[in-house]
Design a protein around this ligand. Structure first.
Ligand code: ADP
Ligand code: ZN
Length: 862
């Protein structure tokens, strides 16, 4: 009989088990196995299912179990254990939720299988067709399958487990005993009324009583502990609708509202009570009376909350495309429904990519296929959503982290039911459960925010390509500055390159002025050079708008004490704190640590700290002083923290109630405001200094993108680039909008050092609360990884191991950070190697607080 412990199941696995599993789920690396037996820790507690019964299901449980498990289906649940639905199952001593993947083959006689305990959903949370995709994602990122599914679903959709306790006689006796600890006593006292209490009710002197203590009390017989699966925290909302049953009311003629309401219902059909009341205000008080008289029927209907909470006016319909646009649309349209194709749309800023997206989406919908549009940031989703809603109305659903859990569940449900064939969202929307995906659009495909930096560390751009290929769909990736990797893929023939080389109406690209900041060294730090200032005042005089870009929020990035000479740093990180003037505090942008700015220097008490270094707050202040009559606004994460602020700022720009907008990266992308004619870049070198092979690419992209915000209307645009490195090839390429020049220089560099696209990367990040032990762990691991190479020459030829080295950000949030980088020169052996490293990582028991995680295709090298 097969028996496994669920904690570290991948370890003692025999080669034969691996071999048999490999045949079953071919795309999975050997580390993942399909459908092993649900661990039955007591052996024999579970009822045997008849071997002839088809009633076994494969379940992916939301836990760190590296594969799916087989459970039996009790007769009562036979009809409802269907793919995509959540079930409650036992896993060792716990009850956990999982997702049914499908029927599982009957197991050999004698193997104990535990039953599914209950089914949570009446409809699936995702179509069964997505299951192979989830399997692939799990295996590619070496993430457990159930965890992968859970991380893919929006948080309003999943549930957890909770405990409920009832007092026993032994517990009652313990209440009187002086030996009972205060925390136990707090629990027992809460239970003294004899009723069952949820775990949230138990609060001791030190806050919520921890779960292990509650479980221990169960074991000691002081209480009966019951495990409950929590209901989803939200459910869909309903509202009352009215349906007319009669044409004429029996009411006396003076009760006009009843007559009028029936007329309206007869003419327009059933409607929300709210809408009916809007037309016949007096009917509100009469509805129940009318229902009693069988004149109308009242019923509840689900409503979907509009995340913007605003009516969006329909647009005038598709625009007449330019020849370039028509050519691009034609290529995409021809491919729709014809199997997998991947297009890279290289379209300069203002070339009308969005109009192409809109029309391509319309073509997909017209042939019954759904379309998923990915946008890198919430700030952009709002804009994209408006444009799509204006054309497609309520066929649009949106998914992003800015929605409340309730709103997310609503949107998700509409998508699963096929009510919203068009989905717009941030990276997680790549998992949108559209029933028949035909087109995936990835806007700003180069953007690094497509990478998720926790839990399942996926890249949504890559997954869009993968999902499209699995569902025989088309993926259209657009950018004015395609990532080096995507462009390389196009050259290799993996993607088809399409281009929009001109702006709509042949509007000129903005002209760029480079301002050399080095000359000003003696005059103190420059925020806004005289050149930029002149351009600003001319722009304002003409009644036009300006964007000023600085990728750092706050007031001062380098607060320093003039008395003791120390920079004011974070206590948890090797980072200086940023001074935020509006909030009067010093804030760590990495761990969130904050301290009041009132106390002066924390080392010597000097009250007058110097606020060196700049941030958007300081720039805003400076501009308000220099241009007192201009309306200056700011957009960065501080501003975004206020609900509704984003929409109101963007509206202000659109309605020209804002003259100068100061902001971080958030303002560089996507936005299309025709009256912005000047873009100022306060410091073009900001991202060049990072110790990261991608620094140049990132810098070029930011500069080209922000420049692209200028001159999108009838008037030509101008860009002023302030820099300490005017000769740097990035700055030069951005100034001349020379993507090809940038690409040639940068690819040569990558090739010489075997960085992507000439290799694949993966990174092991090691962290822990003590420096030496963290370093030791990193060194230990690196040695084990080298050992893997020594054993396999074919892998050794394909893999380079770099490090361990201390991360450039050596300590964050009290955690010391080390990294080991893997470079893969050939795909298959590299993947084989990564599978082996995962087993090494799992076999190391790391002490509490220490961790070592594998990040496949890492983006953050700091
Ligand atoms: P991109 O996303 O490539 O930067 P947009 O799609 O935002 O560009 O288009 C820039 C502007 O040009 C928008 O205001 C858009 O409405 C307009 N536009 C796009 N295509 C056309 C067209 N075919 N005819 C007229 N205006 C267009
Ligand atoms: Zn910190």
């Amino acid at each position: 009989m097969k028996s496994k412990t669920p904690k570290k199941p991948a370890l003692g696995e025999s080669p034969s088990e691996r071999a048999s599993a490999a045949g079953k789920n071919p795309p999975q690396p050997p580390f993942f196995k399909g459908g092993s037996t649900a661990p039955d820790e007591k052996g024999g507690a579970a009822p045997d299912a008849a071997p002839s019964s088809p009633a076994f299901v494969e379940v992916a449980v939301a836990a760190f179990v590296p594969d799916s498990l087989t459970y039996s289906v009790p007769p009562g649940l036979a009809g409802s254990c269907l793919p995509g639905r959540r079930v409650v199952v036992s896993l060792a001593a716990r009850t956990v939720t999982g997702w049914v993947l499908g029927p599982a083959p009957a197991l050999p006689p004698g193997v104990k299988v535990r039953p599914v305990l209950s089914v949570l959903d009446e409809e699936p949370q995702f179509p069964a067709s997505m299951i192979p995709f989830f399997r692939w994602v799990a295996s590619y990122y070496f993430h457990p399958l159930g965890e992968t599914i859970r991380d893919a679903l929006p948080s309003g959709v999943s549930t957890g487990e909770s405990l409920a306790l009832t007092l026993t006689d032994k517990g009652r006796a313990a209440l009187d005993s002086p030996r009972t600890s205060p925390e136990r006593r707090a629990v027992l006292e809460a239970l003294a009324d004899g009723k069952e209490h949820p775990e949230g009710d138990f609060v001791g002197d030190r806050g919520k009583v921890p779960r292990p203590l509650l479980l221990a009390m169960g074991h000691q017989g002081l209480a009966v502990v019951r495990r409950k699966v929590e209901k989803p925290p939200v459910s869909t909302r309903t509202e009352t609708w009215v349906k007319g049953l009669k044409a004429e009311s029996d009411a006396p003629a003076r009760v006009k509202s009843r007559h009028r309401a029936l007329e309206i219902l007869a003419a327009d059909g059933p409607m929300a009570a709210r809408d009916l009341k809007a037309r016949v205000p007096a009917v509100g008080a009469r509805l129940s009376e009318m229902a009693g008289a069988r004149e109308v029927e009242l019923f509840e209907r689900e409503v979907f909350r509009d995340p913007l909470g605003e009516a969006i006016e329909p647009d005038a319909g598709p625009l007449d495309l330019t020849d370039d646009q028509a050519g691009v649309l034609d290529s995409v349209t021809k491919a729709l429904g014809q199997g997998f194709s991947a297009f890279l749309l290289h379209g300069v800023t203002g070339s009308g990519k969005t109009e192409v997206y809109l029309q391509a989406a319309a073509r997909a919908l017209a042939i019954g296929l759904s379309c998923v549009v990915l946008v890198p940031e919430i700030a952009l989703i709002t804009q994209m959503e408006r444009r799509f809603r204006a054309r497609f109305g309520d066929r649009v659903a949106v998914l992003h982290s800015g929605l409340s859990a309730g709103e997310r569940l609503d949107q998700w449900t509409r998508i699963v039911r096929g009510l919203a064939p068009l989905v717009i969202g941030a990276r997680s929307a790549v998992f949108a459960p559209v029933p028949s995906p035909g087109l995936f659009i990835v806007d700003e495909e180069h953007d690094e925010s497509y990478k998720q930096e926790s839990r399942l560390r996926y890249n949504a751009r890559d997954l869009a390509v993968l999902r499209a290929s699995r569902s025989k769909a088309v993926v259209l990736m657009g950018s004015a500055t395609p990532s080096l990797v995507s462009r390389f893929n196009a050259e290799e023939g993996k993607f088809t390159e399409l281009s929009l080389p001109r702006r709509v109406y042949d509007r000129p690209q903005p002209e760029t002025v480079v301002v050399d900041l080095r000359g000003n060294r003696n005059a103190g730090p420059v925020l806004i050079s005289p050149t930029l200032e002149n351009h600003l005042s001319e722009t304002l005089d003409r009644g036009e708008q300006a964007l000023i870009f600085l990728n750092r929020r706050g007031f001062a990035s380098f607060p320093m004490c003039p008395a003791c000479g120390k920079a004011i740093g974070c206590v948890h990180c090797d980072i200086t704190l940023t001074y935020h003037r509006a909030r009067n505090l010093y804030l760590c942008h990495y761990c969130g640590y904050q301290r009041s700015a009132s106390g002066g220097c924390p080392s010597c008490g000097e009250p007058q700290v110097k606020h060196l270094g700049m941030g958007t707050e300081k720039i805003q202040q400076y501009l308000e002083d220099r241009f007192p009559s201009a309306r200056v606004a700011r957009l960065d994460r501080d501003v975004l923290a206020r609900k509704g602020a984003l929409v109101s700022v963007l509206k202000g720009v659109k309605n020209r109630e804002i003259d100068i907008l100061v902001g971080t990266q958030m303002i560089t992308k996507g936005h299309d405001y025709p009256h912005i004619t000047l873009v100022g870049v306060v410091c073009a070198d900001q991202s060049l200094g990072f110790q990261d092979y991608k620094a140049a690419e990132r810098t070029f992209q930011i500069l080209a993108q922000v420049a692209g915000r200028a001159g999108r209307g009838d008037r030509p645009g101008r860009v002023v680039l302030q820099t300490f490195n005017p000769e740097h090839f990035c700055v030069q390429a951005a100034r001349n909008l020379d993507y090809e020049g940038f690409y040639a220089t940068e690819t040569a560099f990558r090739k010489s050092l075997a960085y992507p696209p000439y290799s694949r990367l993966a990174q092991v990040r090691v962290s822990g609360p003590q420096l030496t032990r963290t370093r030791d762990l990193a060194e230990d691991l690196a040695e084990a990884f080298h050992g893997l190479l020594d054993r396999a020459p074919e892998i050794r030829a394909a893999v380079r191991i770099l490090g361990p080295v201390e991360c450039p950000l050596a300590r964050i949030g009290g955690q010391f950070r080390w990294q080991i980088l893997f470079k893969g020169l050939t795909y298959a052996p590299f993947r084989e190697f990564l599978g082996q490293t995962v087993r090494v990582l799992q076999s190391r028991r790391t002490a509490p607080g220490f961790s070592a995680i594998l990040d496949v295709d890492p983006v953050n090298m700091l």
